[in-house]
Design a protein around this ligand. Structure first.
Ligand code: 6PG
Length: 255
């Protein structure tokens, strides 16, 4: 197992969501102490929603430096924010509408223009944010990722050219469920992060979780997540971890 990885197995999806919220609180406090700002990128799908909802409840709500926190998205589907398929819209409805935060700290992905143009505009927006924050490198403090049964993460799907993108930080892609146009951060940007946390839950993810963590040579998209000089944490529930070798868990998250 690669040494810079931590694999943590929680009893159930609720404990997983609580641990993820604990990490959010810990990393946000550390980042604001060190740099005065906390830049976090969220994923879509089902698994992170339990964590999202907890962020605006006790004890996590009071532990987050909201006025210094900026929310971005790892990826989104090119659908209107009102759609239940919108990652940005869902997060707004799940917790951001109830968070003590101003709209200019919420950097949603929108595709009102073509996906290509939307990707370029989002790249410009996040580069402008990091420049304003006096950071020459767009290094997120914390990025949450999910894992698809086909090994995709963000909206970076097997066999697509986006997997080998070296220049762009945000690209237009298509695929997944729903099978729609999307925009997604690339590995070039994701691997600059200080801390990347995969949230993986459910029996249906057990096979791909074992493949990703025990068969490094098969080159599934999620295996390309290697934060250079950063931490990589896998938060799994017992069902998702059920096919891993017994001695795999190495959780010692010092939250
Ligand atoms: C998306 C996501 C995607 C997601 C995985 C896992 O917009 O579809 O960002 O990468 O994280 O598909 O999704 P679940 O958590 O719903 O299993």
């Amino acid at each position: 197992m690669r040494c810079d990885e931590t694999v943590c197995v929680s009893d159930d999806p609720n404990r997983l969501a609580e641990k993820a919220a604990d990490i959010f609180v810990a990393d946000s406090g550390r980042s604001v102490d060190q740099r005065g700002v906390f830049a976090v990128a969220l994923s879509g799908g089902t698994t992170p929603r339990g964590m999202h909802r907890r962020l605006v409840t006790a004890p996590w709500l009071a532990g987050i430096p909201w006025s210094h926190t900026h929310f971005f998205w790892v990826d989104d589907r090119c659908v209107p924010p009102e759609s239940r398929e919108s990652n940005y819209g869902t997060a707004k409805r799940d917790f951001l509408n109830d968070a003590p935060i101003s709209p200019d700290q919420i950097h949603g992905m929108t595709c009102r223009l073509s996906p290509l143009t939307a990707a370029e505009k989002y790249q410009d927006r996040l580069l402008a944010f990091f420049t304003d924050a006096k950071m020459t490198v767009p290094r997120f403090d914390l990025i949450f990722l999910g894992l698809g049964e086909d090994g995709h993460t963000a909206s970076l799907f097997p066999g697509q050219s986006s997997l080998v993108e070296q220049e762009k930080l945000v690209v237009a892609t298509r695929g997944g469920n729903p099978d729609v146009d999307r925009i997604s951060m690339t590995f070039s940007l994701l691997n600059l992060a200080r801390h990347v946390v995969f949230l993986v839950s459910g029996l249906e993810k057990s096979r791909v979780t074992r493949m990703v963590l025990t068969q490094p040579g098969i080159h599934l998209p999620a295996q390309a997540i290697r934060p250079s000089g950063g931490r990589l944490t896998w938060l799994l529930d017992r069902a998702a971890a059920s096919l891993l070798p017994a001695d795999f868990q190495s959780c010692s998250i010092d939250v």
